[in-house]
Design a protein around this ligand. Sequence first.
Ligand SMILES: Cc1ncc(COP(=O)(O)O)c(C=O)c1O
Length: 400
Amino acid sequence: MYTDYQKHLETELRQIQAEGLWKKEHKITSPQITNMRISGREVLNFCSNNYLGLANYWKTTKAAAKGIEAYGYGMASVRFICGTQTIHLKLEKEISDFFGTEDTILYGSCFDANGGLFETLLDERDAVISDALNHASIIDGIRLCKAKRFRYANADMSDLEEQIKAASGCRFRLIATDAVFSMDGNAAPLDEIYRLAERYNAMIMVDESHSAGVLGKTGTGLTEVYKLKGKIEIITGTLGKALGGASGGFTTGKKEIIDLLRQRSRPYLFSNSLPPAVVAGSLKALEVIRNEDKHINNLHKNIAYFLVNIRNAGFDIKPSRSAICAVMIYDATLAHKMAEELLSEGIYVTAFCYPVVPKGEARIRIQISAQHSRSEMMTCIRALVRAGRKFKLLKSPEEN
Ligand SMILES: Cc1ncc(COP(=O)(O)O)c(C=O)c1O
């Protein structure tokens, strides 16, 4: 039975390789830091989500170790059987305070938070109106739900309005958007989305995974930028990026929504509780963000510095409002060659191509951290320019 299927898989795998779309995993032999070792070699890391540098900050690692000592290695249970410790409740409360929301529910990941959201809250009488560039976990969460699906072009408010109108016969309408779009680095116009939601009596779900700890003076994300704290019905996010960098996700928002998720959301009911080390580390990460503004201030300065210099270098980059900078290469094979060339120069970045981004829109995604020094950022830009010249990717000053 397996022989035929094996041949089918081998053909498919060969095709991925032939199209230059094969994703390689590099063997990292150091912790997650800006100066990282790959296969024993020092490289500058420009592709992690460790935006505030807390994934290896001494306070978070110490708190995580203490968490294990005090609460053990794991819970061996889902939350409602015997998997809720006082620290889980404390973390939920801290996340609510951070975002200015009524209540919070933790998940094993934000993928799970998004996966268990829509089908719990909506049914075939309802509508979800989703941005075309939303993260895969939102797309999959919506697929699991029986609500009618409407899609609007990325951050396009006239299209959103059209789609809200098209869904006018539905009982409840939920607009779903990433706060920062992970492949382009642009931010959703949440103020305009909010105005449309008010006008047409719709609700909003926003995923703050790439913006929590990054956007806003105090790092609480896009709702802070647009002064909408406490006004959005549903926020989801991850503890695996700026807010610590280990793992875990959450949904935070209106109390009744969180209450229902606790009763019915399948990834919450049928998957293990977050381990104590991660909970304790995440609690410390939130405390650090609240009490030590140097991390967010460094990040904001670094983003501004990097974006000015990369633009001046003549690359074709997507307009960014976050710590993500997409350097457009378009051709998938060339994007991979560019990433390999940069790695040979000691710069670790990732090439993204189909199916992660649309066909013909391959790119190098660069991610800035509070930990990067100016000289590290300039080393990265100089290496990019050398590789850009080699592969003829730089625009002339007139085009720039
Ligand atoms: C916008 C967005 N949502 C959700 C996720 C999933 O987060 P997690 O790693 O916690 O599952 C990601 C991760 O890449 C993301 O970028």
